[in-house]
Design a protein around this ligand. Structure first.
Ligand code: ADP
Length: 261
């Protein structure tokens, strides 16, 4: 059975989602409606040079239509199937796809903690999350740079936990750091909003970080962004430590290893 807290967190994510969509959709409808009004006025005055109003309305309607398609794709997401998971192994196994994602001008560095605790999360979703973060990092470094993925055992203490509305305790952290453009505080404040993007039309969907946020929340985890304009960004994901027989630290495959490309 789902805990009340978890249910509440899901509702919070859903609320954020619908708020963002309503806003964007409304803007697009406003463009269509004002275009139709102007069109009507011009036509009633016998003017025939109205193509630009038709084009503007059609563009806005097309954008609204794409928005709802993305929303449908978003809501069709698979339910999570959490499983015991070794984040070090996952990051190691992803190095190939990450390198391909980053291209040649971006260096990939992984810093994997020795004796990393296990966590419990949906493996596909965590992989998606890491790829989403890597794509954002790549986009923030058009002139090249370095992407660092770091894992660590972390304890979120009572003060931090209370400040960030997360349960205190032990977590497995996966941090993705880039040396890119960074975010202004305005952008940072909106970064998790669904459909918020600063990338051009057809480039960004604005769903990457909101998906990562939703996944982390549903996994009873925590996510935090640190960013400095002109210097870079770190996104830290915390997933709860999995206790049990498996919490005997697995053989440290890499003890604080630093692997560079
Ligand atoms: P998208 O990547 O489609 O724009 P996201 O939700 O993943 O959607 O990101 C929202 C916005 O947050 C981006 O458009 C960008 O402005 C900002 N952002 C996200 N990650 C980074 C990063 N690593 N560096 C700088 N800005 C970022």
């Amino acid at each position: 059975a789902e805990s009340a807290l978890r249910q509440a967190q899901k509702m919070e994510a859903v609320g954020q989602l619908t708020g963002g969509i309503a806003h964007d959709f409304n803007n697009m409808l406003a463009v269509v409606l004002s275009g139709l009004n102007l069109l009507e006025k011009r036509l009633s005055r016998g003017e025939t040079d109205v193509q630009s109003y038709v084009d503007a309305a059609r563009d806005a309607a097309n954008r609204a239509s794409k928005l709802t398609q993305r929303l449908l794709a978003f809501s069709r997401q698979q339910p999570l199937s959490p499983q015991p998971l070794n984040a070090n192994r996952m990051v190691s196994e992803m190095s190939e796809i990450l390198r391909r994602t980053l291209g040649e001008t971006i260096q990939l560095e992984t810093v994997l903690a020795g004796g990393l605790w296990r966590t419990k999360a949906d493996a596909n979703q965590l992989e998606n999350a890491i790829i989403n973060l890597a794509v954002n990092a790549r986009d923030a470094m058009p002139d090249g740079g370095r992407l660092t993925i770091e894992t660590a055992n972390c304890h979120l203490d009572d003060t931090y936990a209370a400040q960030h509305a997360v349960s205190p305790g032990q977590y497995v952290m996966v941090a993705v750091t880039d040396t890119g453009a960074g975010m202004s505080s305005d952008i940072l404040a909106k970064a998790f909003e669904p459909f918020f993007t600063t990338k051009g039309v057809g480039k960004g969907t604005g769903l990457g970080l909101s998906q990562v946020f939703g996944f982390v929340k549903q996994s009873d985890g925590h996510i935090k962004i640190y960013s400095e304009l002109g210097h870079g960004t770190t996104v830290k994901i915390y997933l709860p430590r999995l206790y049990g027989e498996a919490d005997v630290p697995e053989r440290a495959t890499r003890r604080d290893a630093i692997v560079s490309s």
